[in-house]
Write a new protein. Structure first.
Length: 612
């Protein structure tokens, strides 16, 4: 099959006063930056946050006896990262492991998030891993959340590790025991689990957060977080969100990020009155979501998914070769696709450097102007339309797509409340909320306020502590930022593997990135178990050498992100943050992967101390 992806129709660069637009971007950023940074969100020990995190409204908690056992591996987290770690361990022949999660089953974010309209907002043929291994394809380009959850269960059952799951179990802390060369894994169910190895697989979107709004606990109406959607209150059910119980309800939803953009059309359809509380608008493009084409599916050859993921990496995050097609063909890849079309029209045969980056910046402004003009073409009220326009660079906030979100603001029962002037909601009362000095009475508020992503490590993980060799706390050791070898292991923390955005290669397909981290951990664990290794960790010299090289090569995104509107991408605008989300290997994903493969091929555990 021949696939042709056309460039989009963006406004000409001559129509955009880029210096003036940069000034507008800065103005919009500055009025939203709060000096308290992450402290604008409630502390995890706040009972609203904690109760929401710990409560599972979807699966009853089943009493069980406490575990008292030794395992080869404890995988902490049952979402994609933990599932892929379990898959790679199983393939490597390591089967004595436990997957521990506070949810009622496997799934992670796709277990917890069941709100109306939930879909994957990345190309599902890239995002959903192991499609070739499973002989399965999603039903459409942006797959629904329930179908993703069901696909996860298929993986768990096919590769036979469902019985390895330990659920409705919160990790309280970890302590290295030098006398037995194992980790003590403490839980809220009094388990005594002694693990030879630990894989930290908690993901990046696991702990719900709430804004620290004055009076939030005074409100007597219904409060909920989108990651614990209450269909008993709203009506409907997961996969069939007919929210009929909201017909006589006045509802507010706080937040206008990825979750809210998907849920708002359903709330607007069913609620008597809907208030959408917005600090910063999202860029919302159209969503072309065709069903999977049977002819295309039949044409796929072995290796197609890896090739597609590589194409997405180039088209969205790096540089797409001029002679390469854009296989993804959506809003994520628009900037590079349009640049390539312009260059080919000019007769270029390769990307001119360093002029390419000037072109990329200019195209960024053109694409964002197209997105803003789309708002004007849909939203009828000029003031509402202006408030919904994103004034920032393309990747300052997560780019989104939805065909119904903007239209919802044309409904008479839907009102946008822009709280950017007060940098968030002013207060809550017994009966509602206060914005711009006015009280709005509501029956329910839904917090689409996101998750602990770039805040400090203890908030993100929620453990009391992780204590390694010689009593070293990870919270102290990493107080000034992570210190690792390959972004996955750390001196003083033997037999422990970290995952996520730490100090390694970055890939636009998160499941591919985290899955490769799990594959690397599984390789080391298998080698260690087969060769009688008691403990393995980076030497101080090996770690220092890697950190030196990493810092020499590290991608410097500060020139862009420091100019961004505050979001979890930018640590809420905190330029001095120790935990910055996107810290990547500067030579790119392929180079990082090749480096790790070379390290594994040599089989000498270079840079690590091995105790047999």
């Amino acid at each position: 099959m021949t696939f042709v992806c056309e460039p989009t129709n963006v406004p000409p660069a001559e129509e955009i006063d880029i210096p003036a637009m940069k000034a507008k971007y800065a103005q919009e950023r500055d009025k939203r930056i709060r000096r308290e940074g992450q402290e604008q969100y409630a502390a995890p020990e706040d009972h609203l946050t904690h109760d929401t995190y710990a409560h599972d409204p979807f699966t009853p908690v089943v009493p069980r006896d406490a575990f008292d056992e030794e395992v080869d591996v404890a995988i902490l987290g049952g979402g994609w990262t933990g599932i892929l770690a379990a898959y790679h361990l199983t393939k490597a022949g390591v089967t004595n492991f436990k997957v521990i999660d506070h949810a009622g089953g496997f799934g992670g974010t796709w277990y917890w998030n069941r709100y109306p309209g939930i879909q994957c907002d990345n190309d599902a043929y890239c995002y959903l891993p192991l499609l070739e291994e499973m002989g399965w394809l999603p039903s459409k380009k942006f797959e629904d959340g329930k179908q993703i959850y069901e696909y996860i269960q298929m993986i768990v059952d096919k590769f036979g590790f469902r019985d390895n799951g330990v659920f409705h179990t919160l990790i309280k802390g970890l302590t290295w025991d030098e006398s037995i060369k194992r980790w003590h894994v403490a839980t809220d169910r009094d388990d005594s689990i002694r693990a030879k190895f630990v894989i930290m697989a908690g993901g990046t979107l696991s702990t719900p957060k709430f804004p620290a709004i004055p009076g939030i606990h005074k409100f007597k109406g219904h409060k909920s977080h989108t990651s614990r959607w209450d269909y008993d209150y709203t009506g409907g059910e997961w996969g069939n969100p007919e929210l009929t119980k909201l017909a006589d309800k006045r509802v507010a939803i706080l937040g206008t990020g990825a979750t809210s953009v998907q849920a708002v059309p359903y709330l607007g359809k069913y609620a008597k009155q809907l208030y959408v509380l917005q600090r910063t608008p999202s860029g919302v493009d159209k969503r072309d979501n065709p069903p999977t084409d049977p002819e295309w599916a039949a044409s796929l050859q072995p290796g197609w998914q890896a090739a597609r993921q590589e194409n997405f990496l180039r088209a969205a995050n790096e540089i797409l070769p001029l002679d390469a097609p854009d296989l993804i063909c959506d809003f994520w890849t628009e900037v590079n696709r349009n640049i390539n079309a312009d260059l080919k029209a000019e007769g270029a045969t390769e990307h001119p450097m360093p002029e390419f980056w000037d072109r990329r910046e200019k195209m960024d402004f053109q694409v964002m102007e197209r997105v803003r003009r789309r708002v004007d073409s849909i939203v009828k009220d000029p003031a509402t339309a202006e408030a919904l326009k994103p004034y920032y660079r393309f990747m300052c906030k997560r780019p989104l797509s939805n065909n119904d979100y903007l239209d919802t603001f044309n409904q008479p029962n839907v009102k946008l409340i822009d709280v950017s002037a007060t940098q968030g909601l002013e207060a809550m009362t017994e009966n509602g909320f206060i914005a711009d000095g006015q009280e709005y009475e509501i029956d329910a508020i839904i917090f689409a306020s996101g998750f602990e992503v770039t805040s400090d490590l203890k908030r993100r993980w929620g453990f009391d502590d992780v204590v390694g060799r010689n009593g070293v706390s990870i919270y102290d050791y990493w107080a000034d930022g992570p210190k690792t070898l390959h972004g996955m292991t750390a001196h003083n923390f033997p037999n422990m593997f970290f995952t996520g955005y730490v100090q390694g290669g970055l890939n636009g397909t998160t499941t591919l990135q985290f899955g490769e981290q799990g594959r690397h951990a599984a390789w080391v664990i298998r080698e260690a178990l087969e060769s009688g290794v008691k403990s393995i960790e980076p030497s101080q010299e090996g770690q220092d050498a890697y950190l030196k090289r990493f810092k020499e090569l590290e991608l410097d995104l500060s020139g862009i992100l420091n100019d961004c509107t505050p979001s979890y991408f930018t640590n809420e605008g905190d330029k001095e943050a120790k935990w910055f989300l996107f810290r990547g290997w500067g030579l790119g994903w392929d180079n990082w992967q090749a480096m790790l493969e070379d390290w594994r091929q040599k089989r000498d555990f270079a840079g690590m101390t091995v105790e047999k």
